[in-house]
Design a protein around this ligand. Structure first.
Ligand SMILES: [Zn+2]
Length: 241
């Protein structure tokens, strides 16, 4: 391979930078996609968990109600038994005591009945909440699935664009000296995708710091790559290429 002049290598590196700026932007975009999808998935999952919690609550209320109904039944039986016992009692004292016991059982029974009524109100409320949450789940699922498709399509599209850009890159790369290319790529990685920048109005196009006259003169010599003294990026003069 004939030696390519520094001036031409810089031209190629500038072309490469143009491609790499796009590649970096696409890669940043790619990085954000999974988090976006994860967020929608979490919303869907949490809505499903919420629905499950409501359904469990509903079941628990039913189990609890069943127990209350059995309790009610046993109170009824106890009241009937106490009523039966009344006729066989001999003394007024025993009779009064039994009546008191019956009053107590009736009071207990009415408390259990009250709790059963409340449990019906609770199941009505939970049923309404379940219906509402089912709609939320369906909506979150729809949003998640449609975005999933959209995001996956867009990932494929971006990957395709990156592959195209990589193809263009491969055509330019052989025209740059290997050591210079390695330097360029190392800076690219360390400096967020910006390795070679023009000097405009004596300022570095990467860090905007002043570039001394001596450095400008060095650039114009075209005998090696020149770096910004502040940010270490490769610097060049646009009208000198
Ligand atoms: Zn700089």
């Amino acid at each position: 391979m004939p030696t390519v002049s520094i001036r031409d290598q810089i031209k190629r590196l500038v072309e490469l930078q143009g491609i790499d700026v796009e590649i970096y932007a696409f890669k940043r975009e790619l990085k954000e996609k999974p988090a976006l999808l994860e967020d929608l998935k979490n919303k869907y999952e949490s809505s499903k968990a919420q629905l499950k919690a409501l359904e469990d609550k509903f079941k628990n209320i039913l189990v609890d109600r069943k127990a209350k109904e059995l309790e009610l039944q046993s109170k009824d039986e106890a009241i009937a038994k106490a009523n039966m016992a009344l006729s066989s009692l001999k003394t007024n004292r025993e009779y009064s005591a039994k009546l008191l016991e019956i009053e107590g059982l009736k009071a207990d029974k009415s408390q259990v009945e009250e709790k059963i009524l409340i449990s019906f109100e609770e199941t009505d409320a939970v049923t309404a909440a379940i219906e509402k949450e089912k709609k939320n789940v369906a909506e979150a699922e729809q949003i998640y699935l449609s975005n999933k498709k959209e995001i996956e399509d867009s990932i494929k599209e971006i990957e395709g664009k990156i592959a195209d850009l990589d193809g263009k890159r491969k055509q330019i790369v052989p025209e740059v000296d290997k050591a210079n290319l390695t330097r360029y790529e190392r800076i690219l990685e360390n400096k967020g995708g910006l390795a070679i920048v023009p000097v405009r109005s004596m300022s570095c196009g990467g860090c905007y710091m002043h570039v001394p006259q001596q450095v400008l003169s060095d650039i114009k010599l075209h005998d090696r790559l020149i770096y910004c003294e502040m940010c270490a990026r490769i610097i060049y003069l646009e009208d000198d290429l």
